[in-house]
Design a protein around this ligand. Structure first.
Ligand SMILES: Nc1nc2c(ncn2[C@@H]2O[C@H](COP(=O)(O)OP(=O)(O)OP(=O)(O)O)[C@@H](O)[C@H]2O)c(=O)[nH]1
Ligand SMILES: [Zn+2]
Length: 296
């Protein structure tokens, strides 16, 4: 049976892209049963059966890699973290928090430093140096002089991309420059419509040049530590996991344990003091989150 990717879900239909063909599918009864383990999601790679030309049934979900909640998309493999350098000014604390979330879901990050025309090159270079050293790809961008545009386009090709970043950092401006015919759902939806209300728009994956897709809804609107424990937090700092084999204790949280390679690395200036401070701050926030959300 043929296979394809769900690119849109609306009113009980799943739109499965198979090459240039889009097949409108309903889900087979097996997904509706209570004990059905998973329901099809936008982004899922599925086996389908074509019953009429361009119509059919989703039969089976193939090997889902991961699942984002906001927007609800499966198999995202790259988060494009858009951080402006000015208005709003760059926050390494917020970037580190986004990185925790994307590492936890298990997807790659592409960091775009937007509004690069508004600040000095020294600031840009120092941020690029810090995050490249950890192993992230960082690309400065400006919609005024279009620096970085082609490089970003190349990095997106072949991936399923979700854009994320605070309101006003320039996500829609970037999308407009990259893909003039994709319109990004903008603004903070929950603020505009009030909590709990539904929007009429649903996430859609839009195909891009060179293969791959971009989601037309930005992601990660909430950065609470849902489903993350202390060890997950420690594991989501790549620069720390790189050296944590050298910690004396397995499961070391690098807080005040003796023989900790991460604490030693920070003291010796090999790891970033700022990243470590953020890590400790997130630990506190995580504990606070756990206190507030006790099950009893
Ligand atoms: N100077 C300069 N201004 C920019 C750049 N990119 C965006 N802006 C401005 O920043 C403001 C916000 O840009 P948007 O693209 O709407 O930002 P957004 O992230 O989509 O914002 P939300 O819709 O709130 O999520 C607008 O006034 C843009 O003109 C840039 O590269 N340089
Ligand atoms: Zn340690």
């Amino acid at each position: 049976m043929p296979e394809g990717r769900i690119v849109k879900a609306l009113s009980g239909f799943y739109y499965v892209a198979d090459g240039d063909n889009i097949v409108s599918c309903r889900a087979r009864g097996l997904f509706k049963k209570k004990d059905a383990k998973i329901n099809p999601l936008v982004g899922d790679w599925v086996v389908y059966e074509e019953t009429d030309p361009s119509e059919g049934y989703v039969m089976e979900i193939v090997n889902r890699q991961n699942e984002l909640l906001r927007p609800s998309v499966a198999n995202v493999d790259q988060a494009v973290l858009v951080f402006s350098l000015h208005e709003p000014s760059f926050s390494s604390l917020l970037l580190d928090k986004f990185l925790v979330h994307i590492e936890h879901v298990g997807i790659d990050a592409l960091i775009v430093l937007s509004k690069a025309d508004l600040v000095d090159d020294e600031l840009i270079e120092s941020i690029v140096a810090t995050y490249s050293a950890i192993g992230y790809k960082v690309i400065p961008f400006s919609k005024r002089d279009l620096r970085g545009l082609e490089e970003i386009r190349r990095e997106l090709a072949g991936h399923i991309n979700v854009f994320a970043g605070q309101s006003g950092v320039g996500k829609s401006s970037l999308i407009n420059c990259l893909f003039p015919n994709v319109s990004m759902q903008t603004g903070d939806i929950s603020q505009k419509l009030g909590r709990g209300r539904h929007t009429t728009r649903h996430v859609e994956l839009v195909p891009i040049e060179g293969g791959g897709y971009v989601a037309d809804t930005p992601g990660f609107s909430s950065l609470e530590f849902v489903g993350i424990d202390e060890q997950d937090l420690a594991n989501s700092f790549r620069d720390f996991t790189d050296v944590s084999d050298g910690c004396k204790f397995r499961g070391c949280l690098h807080l005040s344990e003796p023989g900790c390679a991460v604490q030693a690395g920070v003291e010796q200036g090999e790891l970033s003091q700022e990243r470590y401070d953020h890590y400790r701050q997130f630990m506190e926030e995580l504990k606070e989150y756990q206190r507030r959300n006790k099950p009893w």
